[in-house]
Design a protein around this ligand. Structure first.
Ligand SMILES: Cc1cc2nc3c(=O)[nH]c(=O)nc-3n(C[C@H](O)[C@H](O)[C@H](O)COP(=O)(O)OP(=O)(O)OC[C@H]3O[C@@H](n4cnc5c(N)ncnc54)[C@H](O)[C@@H]3O)c2cc1C
Ligand code: FES
Length: 339
């Protein structure tokens, strides 16, 4: 369910990133959440014929009197552009309850290795702030990679955590630093993250978030270290297919597995190559709600009224009882869905 929030403050964090501080319009307390979780927001940018839903991580520690979203302006992005260019203090946003499985485990004091690229820093900020505040004895290695100072968010805050806590280790990579940037002040290492700079700690939890290629690289480094897979946690912000899948896949088959869209009173046919149910439905000109397109955000969950399906790929979360995540589902028999 979405609730109205007022935008209390907007802070420019870098050339491409802004933070939005939100409080519930009804004066109620902000919902509780775990460090690393996200919310969905629903907006209707000017010129868009429908409401769009996108996910944004709560980037400050749980327990604050506000929710903070820290959003990168994507070059051709509809919602991030709307937030950056249209939404100002006093504006209203529709915000869901917090959700997501990528969060800090607070029941132990195991060391944390937070590895992020670009705006993938947002869940790490929340986790770092929580640990700094509530688990000061816990060791944190905060490793972040970005292009240069122009796009690096929150460096002052991170340096404050580093100088205030002996347990907070900070390593900043800038792949293409500006000429005036200084080593040890603006960044620690030039270039991309390298394996030898990652700490190898037996009982640590590794949390990783960033662009897909970044995560693949980090995962291969950690695997070579033989870190157990259950100690490595990932959050994907965007499916590798997001841009290409905006193109309809294979249109207008007249036979195959029957997919009945009950509300729209349409019948489509799914064949090998038609992609997921979401892609099939889009190829017929419909625009169901979706955001991550990889089973992370639950935006696309739709009631399954009949038939069977399988997930390909396996989603990162479970939808509500009786629903399926159509961004990851392909039908295995004739199906009816509530669209
Ligand atoms: C769990 C989760 C947490 C997230 N947390 C954050 C967060 O904390 N901060 C954050 O900034 N983001 C976060 N995201 C990503 C966010 O949800 C959006 O995906 C992101 O803001 C882009 O949305 P958009 O509407 O601006 O872009 P869209 O309009 O959805 O476009 C998606 C991408 O396609 C590109 N694109 C679109 N059209 C074209 C075109 N014609 N040609 C070339 N490229 C094109 C855009 O540049 C963009 O990169 C998170 C995502 C998930 C799933
Ligand atoms: S669009 Fe995010 S779970 Fe399907």
């Amino acid at each position: 369910m979405f609730k109205e929030y007022t935008v209390e403050q907007v802070v420019k964090e870098s050339r491409t990133i802004k933070s939005f501080y939100l409080s519930p319009k009804d004066g109620m307390q902000v919902p509780s959440y775990l460090a690393g979780q996200f919310v969905n927001i629903k907006v209707k940018p000017d010129g868009s014929d429908k409401e769009l839903v996108r996910s944004y991580t709560l980037s400050d520690k749980p327990g604050a009197t506000y929710l903070r979203l820290t959003v990168k302006r994507e070059e051709y992005g509809k919602v991030s552009a709307y937030l950056h260019e249209v939404i100002t203090v006093g504006g209203t946003l529709l915000v869901s309850d917090p959700m997501g499985d990528f969060h800090l485990s607070v029941n132990n004091q195991n060391p944390l290795v937070l590895i992020s690229g670009g705006v993938g820093i947002t869940p790490m900020l929340s986790m770092a702030e929580y640990v700094f505040d509530r688990q000061p004895e816990r060791q944190i290695y905060f490793i972040h990679s970005s292009l240069n100072r122009n796009v690096q968010p929150m460096l002052d805050r991170l340096q404050y955590l580093k100088t205030t806590s002996n347990n907070f280790k900070l390593v900043i990579f800038h792949s293409d630093p500006l000429e005036e940037e200084l080593v040890d002040i603006d960044y620690d290492y030039r270039g991309f993250i390298t394996q030898e700079r990652l700490p190898l700690i037996g009982n640590a939890e590794y949390m990783v978030c960033g662009p897909v290629a970044f995560m693949e690289t980090v995962f291969s480094f950690l695997s070579e270290f033989e870190i157990a897979e259950d100690k490595i946690h990932f959050e994907f912000f965007q499916s590798p297919k997001t841009v290409e899948s905006k193109q309809p896949i294979k249109q207008g088959a007249s036979n195959g597995i029957k997919v009945t869209l009950v509300k729209s009173q349409k019948t489509l046919f799914w064949q090998e190559g038609a992609g997921t149910l979401l892609e099939l439905v889009e190829s017929a000109g419909l625009q169901p709600d979706n955001s991550c397109r990889m089973g992370t955000c639950a935006t696309c969950q739709t009631k399954l009224l009949g038939g069977s399906f399988q997930y390909e790929p396996e989603p990162f979360m479970e939808p509500e009882e009786g629903n399926i995540l159509i961004c990851c589902a392909i039908p295995t028999s004739n199906v009816e869905i509530d669209l």
